[in-house]
Design a protein around this ligand. Structure first.
Ligand code: HEC
Length: 240
């Protein structure tokens, strides 16, 4: 029994070390009513993520409907060349190759915002740093030893880590820009935020519709309440 307990504790240890130091999550600014942000997020997603990841529950047509723009605009500005408006947002990468190249298959991202949370994805996409020991030359402060290269390095530039000893362990406390990318920090944060906003939308596209339906539902309940009250008064009049 004691052995079992000890091994359980041992298993938990790396978790403890990771949680005790290091980098805290940054907050994403999620706003599903900001259609321009959602559209830009979808555009960046197709450009920088769709090469490896699908969002298989979404068709380009859904984007036009939900962002309230013309179908042609989605085809021109968001969808990859040659895609049709009824196509699903599928990656062209085949799973077998992906596994060979990255060691793992890039997961479908339809529900990632629900499982990881927006802040996690936001911090993760900003958390890559140069690490020559890793096979792809990069590592990630939020997802150590990740099998994904930094898809946004051209925009962001290259970061290097600052280490500090926390509880006797070296931990990354900060990432600093070593080599600038094509965007400044503010533009880059906004772009990453738009991608995350899009992924939150992708996790539950019905959310947009539900929000606008909410007020009709409330109105109906109120109206029904009044009618029910009047009816009750009418019936009880004869009983008394
Ligand atoms: C070159 C291929 C490639 C590109 C491009 C790419 N990814 Fe990935 N991604 C991967 C692989 C491989 C993994 C699995 C990593 C692992 O488990 O070690 C992954 C994992 C992830 C995860 C973590 C999933 C989990 O396990 O929770 C997220 C989130 C993610 N990617 C988002 C993105 C976003 C957003 C973009 C675009 C900005 C993107 N990826 C671009 C290959 C890619």
């Amino acid at each position: 029994m004691k052995k079992l307990l000890q091994s359980c504790l041992l298993l938990l240890m790396p978790l403890g070390v990771f949680a005790s130091g290091g980098i805290e999550l940054d907050s994403a600014d999620i706003d599903l009513t900001d259609k321009a942000s959602l559209e830009n997020g979808a555009h960046l997603y197709v450009q920088y993520c769709l090469g490896c990841h699908s969002t298989k529950y979404i068709r380009y047509l859904n984007l036009a409907d939900d962002f309230e723009v013309e179908q042609q605009e989605i085809l021109d500005k968001v969808a990859p060349e040659g895609a049709g408006i009824y196509d699903k947002m599928l990656t062209a990468m085949n799973g077998h190759d992906a596994k060979k190249w990255f060691g793992v298959q890039p997961p479908d991202l339809s529900l990632i915002a629900r499982s990881r949370g927006a802040d996690w994805i936001y911090s993760y996409l900003k958390g890559f740093y140069i690490d020559p020991i890793r096979p792809l030359g990069v590592n990630n402060a939020i997802f150590p030893e990740v099998g994904m290269p930094n898809p946004l390095w051209k925009l962001q530039g290259n970061q290097k880590p600052v280490y500090k000893k926390i509880d006797g362990q070296e931990a990354i406390t900060e990432l600093v820009l070593e080599e600038p990318g094509t965007m400044n920090a503010e533009e880059f944060d906004k772009s990453v935020n738009d991608i995350v906003n899009f992924l939150v939308y992708a996790g539950e596209p019905a959310q947009l519709e539900r929000q606008s339906m909410g007020k009709y539902v409330l109105f109906f309940i109120l109206l029904f309440g009044v009618i029910a009250y009047l009816l009750k008064k009418e019936y009880w009049k004869d009983v008394h």
